[in-house]
Write a protein that binds this ligand. Structure first.
Ligand code: NFK
Length: 261
């Protein structure tokens, strides 16, 4: 059983933190492998979570998956047992973060292993290192779920010019296109993601408040055509509520699990 503190954010007794590199404390990931009564379906999947926070918010980390895990693993959760049987476990990643103006650190007194000074491509490099470090090493996913994401940096700098400060805190301008998943073609994805069935779920709320609906729509067009099973899932709630409450994030996960089956 995955046990949880009834009062606070999910405290799971079986959750284990692993360090995949030792330059920075954030080069870690948390693993939860629930021991349950329900038997796993042969198609059960690992949920691998990569948190957001504009790759710089120290308040958003691997633990932001916990409310969603609670929704799935709590015995009283409605229709959760069906989803439980399709999930083998959870891995939630941390990666080095960029500096954040609201959380200043003095580089002269802050040890480098807690200093947030990441610059692109440190963030994706860390994520790839974490995926390779896992028990079996995660190679090609069955499904990818994008949740409340920014998929095109140049486009969001047009709709929200003030966001460029956030982007530039963790990324040089020369990477803006390269770091925008909506600017790759279906052919490029098919080449790198060599699977018969490529499940892509893009989940977003029209009430997001921070990232407008044109971002998920643009991401969907990149995955249109043969070779993809895609779905745009409309979530309910504001940007941070999606994982803070967890139930809407679970809906996105559930859709991916359904499409994989
Ligand atoms: N909390 C973040 C801001 C943030 O996460 C964000 C802001 C605008 C648009 C999208 C955002 N989140 C991306 O995952 C920060 O303080 O930098």
């Amino acid at each position: 059983m995955a046990t949880k503190d009834a009062s606070g954010p999910g405290v799971f007794q079986n959750m284990v933190r692993h360090q995949y590199a030792s330059d920075n404390i954030l080069q870690s990931y948390d693993v939860l492998k629930p021991q349950r009564q329900v038997s796993h379906s042969p198609k059960a999947s690992w949920i691998v979570y990569i948190h957001g926070g504009y790759f710089r918010d120290p308040k958003v980390d691997s633990t932001s998956l916990k409310p969603a895990i609670s929704c799935i693993e709590e015995p009283q959760a409605t229709s959760a047992s069906d989803l439980q049987s399709r999930i083998s476990g959870y891995a939630s990643l941390n990666y080095r973060l960029a500096p954040h103006p609201a959380h200043p650190q003095d580089p002269n007194t802050t040890p480098s292993y807690t200093l947030n000074s990441a610059k692109w491509p440190d963030q994706p490099d860390d994520i790839l290192a974490a995926l390779k470090a896992g028990e079996a090493g995660i190679t090609l996913p069955r499904a990818v779920v994008g949740v409340s994401g920014i998929y095109d940096f140049p486009a969001i700098h047009k709709t929200n010019p003030d966001y460029e400060d956030m982007t530039s805190s963790g990324m040089d301008k020369k990477y803006y296109e390269e770091a925008s998943p909506a600017l790759y073609t279906a052919e490029e994805y098919k080449e790198k993601w060599d699977k018969e069935k490529r499940v892509v779920v893009i989940a977003h709320s029209k009430d997001d408040g921070l990232v407008s609906w044109d971002q998920p729509e643009e991401m969907m067009t990149a995955f249109s055509g043969d070779g993809f099973a895609t779905e745009l899932v409309e979530l309910k709630g504001q940007h941070n509520e999606i994982w803070e409450k967890g139930n809407e994030l679970v809906r996105a996960i559930q859709k991916a699990v359904e499409l994989v089956a």
